[in-house]
Design a protein around this ligand. Structure first.
Ligand SMILES: Cc1ncc(COP(=O)(O)O)c(C=O)c1O
Length: 489
C-alpha cells in the first residue's frame, strides 16, 4: 500500500487537559508538526472527525476546528463525503527523506553483484498456498515454544530433500533449522570458541562476510590457498588449524568446483586428524554443464557440518537456513541456539515443509536453472566477443562467474570505473585474506541480468576494462582499447 492509499487509524496525540492551551489548538499543532516532519505523508487519509473525537475523548467540534484551521493552511484536504486527508503542502520533501532512509543505495543501472538471485521470480502464488496450508494445519503445540532445533515436520522433509538432491548421509535429528547460513556458521563458531579454539581456516579468497563473522565469534581467520582444483590440502595441513570453512560445489568467489580427488583428500584430512569441515553449500543447486556433484558431507558425515539456506534457491529475505551436524556437535549447537531464543518462525517452517512436500522447490529449481543457464550463456558469449583477452572461469555452477584480470590494480580500477557508471560488480580483492597470491578479476553476477540487457551491460563493462592499468601499459594500449570498444559497439 503506498502512503497515498493508506489510511491512518492510529495517531499518537497527547492532549494536556489542564486548561493551559485550548484542546483544539493542541490537536492542530500536533497534526501540523506530524505533517511537517513526515510522520504523516501527503495523500494519507486521516481519521474522520467522529472517529478521532471518540479516540481522544473530546467533542467533535474540537476536531472540526483543528481540521478546518489546517485545511485553511493547506495541510489538510477536506472534501464532502470522504475522510480528510493530508494535503500536498510541505510533504514531498518529507516523503523523499523517508524513502531515502529506507533505501540508502543509489540507483544502479546494472546490478552484477555476485550473490544476487532473481527476486522477481519468487513463486509467490505457490508460497502463499503453503503459507495458507501452514496456518490451516498448524497444531497449537507447533505455535508455542517448540523444539529450538526446528519443527520436526520440516526437519523430516529437509532430510528427504537433502539426501535426494545433495547426496547427504542424514537423518532428521541431525538437522538444526537456522536463520540463514550465516546464523548456522555463527552458532558453530561460537561453540568452537567455547571449546577453546582461537583460529579457523577459511579459503583464501573467501566471502569477506566470513572473515568478519569468524572474528566476531573470537576466531582469527587463517587463509588457506585455493587452486584450480579446490582448497590446497597441503596448505591446510601446514596451517595446523583444526576446523575449516569450504565451499566445494562452487568456491566463493573463484567459482572453482572442487575435483573428486581434492574432495576425497579433504575428507581424508578430517578423518585422520579429527578435523572439522564446515561445508557452505550456498548455491550448489544451480549446476549447469555436468551432472551435479553430491555434497562433501556424504563422504565424511561425522566430520562435516553441512550448511545450506533458501537465500539463493528462493530469496534471502526468508532468512531460512539449516545445518546438518556431526553427532559430536549437536548438543552444543542446540544449547547455543536454545539459549539465544533466535529461532526461525514456526509458521514459515511449516510453510517451507509444505512447499518441499508438494515438490514446489524442485519445480522452481528446474525452472530457475534453465533461466540462469541462459543468462550465463549470453554473458559468456558477450564477454568472449567484447574482451577475448580476459579468460572467463567459474561458470559451471552458481550465479556468478570470474572474469580474470592480470593484476590487483586492474580489478580495482575496473570496479571503480564500473561503479562510477552505475554498474555494481565486485572483485576478488574484496574477499582476500593476508598472504593472497592467486587469481585476480571481476566477479560478475548474472542472477538478475535480463538477457536483453546483457550486451549493453557488457559494453559498459568493456569500457571499464579499457582503462585498466594493464591495458594502458600495453604498447598498443590505444589500439587494444579501441578494438575492445569497437567489438562491442
Ligand atoms: C558464500 C556465501 N555463503 C552463504 C551465503 C548466504 O548466507 P545466508 O544464507 O545467511 O543468506 C552467501 C550470501 O551471499 C554467500 O555468498
Amino acid at each position: 500500500v503506498s502512503p497515498r492509499q493508506s489510511q491512518v487509524r492510529e495517531l499518537l496525540v497527547h492532549l494536556d487537559r489542564s486548561g493551559q492551551a485550548p484542546i483544539s489548538r493542541q490537536l492542530e499543532e500536533q497534526l501540523r508538526e506530524a505533517i511537517q516532519d513526515g510522520r504523516l505523508e501527503s495523500g494519507q487519509t486521516l481519521p474522520s472527525t467522529r472517529m478521532l473525537a471518540e479516540d481522544l475523548a473530546v467533542s467533535r467540534g474540537v476536531v472540526v476546528r483543528a481540521y478546518t484551521q489546517l485545511a485553511a493552511e493547506g495541510y489538510v484536504t477536506m472534501r464532502q463525503g470522504t475522510n480528510p486527508s493530508v494535503g500536498a503542502i510541505g510533504t514531498p520533501l518529507a516523503e523523499t527523506a523517508l524513502r531515502e532512509q529506507a533505501d540508502p543505495s543509489p540507483r544502479l543501472r546494472y546490478d552484477l553483484r555476485p550473490e544476487r538471485p532473481d527476486l522477481s521470480q519468487f513463486p509467490r502464488g505457490d508460497w502463499l498456498r503453503s503459507v495458507r496450508h501452514a496456518l490451516n494445519r498448524a497444531t497449537d503445540a507447533e505455535l508455542g515454544y517448540a523444539d529450538c532445533r526446528g519443527l520436526h515436520v520440516l526437519r523430516q522433509e529437509l532430510a528427504r530433500y537433502l539426501a535426494r538432491a545433495r547426496g547427504l548421509a542424514i537423518t532428521a535429528d541431525r538437522i538444526v533449522i537456522t536463520v540463514g547460513s550465516t546464523h548456522a556458521l555463527t552458532l558453530i563458531e561460537h561453540v568452537l570458541h567455547r571449546r577453546g579454539e582461537r583460529t579457523i581456516g577459511l579459503e583464501n579468497p573467501s566471502h569477506e562476510l566470513m572473515h568478519r563473522l569468524a572474528r566476531r565469534c573470537g576466531l582469527e581467520p587463517v587463509g588457506i590457498a585455493v587452486d584450480e582444483e579446490g582448497l590446497r590440502v597441503d596448505a591446510l595441513v601446514a596451517s595446523r588449524v583444526t576446523a575449516v570453512v569450504v565451499s566445494p560445489a562452487h568456491q566463493f568467489p573463484t567459482g572453482v568446483a572442487y575435483t573428486a580427488e581434492r574432495r576425497a583428500e579433504l575428507a581424508r584430512w578430517a578423518e585422520e586428524t579429527g578435523g572439522l569441515i564446515l561445508e557452505d553449500d550456498y548455491d550448489a543447486e544451480f549446476r549447469y554443464d555436468r551432472s551435479p556433484i553430491g555434497a562433501l558431507q556424504g563422504l565424511a558425515p561425522e566430520r562435516v557440518a553441512y550448511i545450506g539456506s533458501t537465500s539463493k534457491t528462493l530469496i534471502p529475505g526468508l532468512r531460512l537456513g539449516w545445518v546438518v551436524l556431526p553427532s559430536a556437535l549437536i548438543d552444543d549447537v542446540a544449547t547455543e541456539l536454545g539459549e539465544s531464543m533466535l529461532h526461525h518462525s514456526a509458521l514459515e517452517q511449516l510453510a517451507f515443509a509444505d512447499f518441499l512436500r508438494r515438490g514446489e522447490l524442485d519445480r522452481h529449481l528446474r525452472r530457475m536453472r534453465l533461466l540462469y543457464r541462459r543468462r550465463r550463456d549470453s554473458l559468456v558469449t558477450a564477454l568472449a566477443r567484447a574482451a577475448p583477452q580476459f579468460p572467463v572461469s567459474g561458470t559451471a555452477a552458481g550465479l556468478h562467474l570470474l572474469l580474470e584480470l592480470p593484476s590487483a590494480g586492474d580489478e580495482a580500477s575496473a570496479c571503480a570505473h564500473a561503479s562510477k557508471h552505475g554498474i555494481a560488480v565486485q572483485c576478488v580483492g574484496d574477499h582476500t585474506l593476508p598472504g593472497y597470491g592467486g587469481v585476480r578479476g571481476l566477479l560478475i553476477g548474472y542472477g538478475t541480468l535480463q538477457e536483453a540487457a546483457v550486451d549493453l551491460a557488457v559494453r559498459e563493462l568493456a569500457s571499464a576494462l579499457a582503462v585498466t592499468p594493464s591495458m594502458a601499459r600495453n604498447d598498443s594500449a590505444g589500439s587494444a582499447a579501441a578494438g575492445l570498444l569497437a567489438r562491442v559497439a
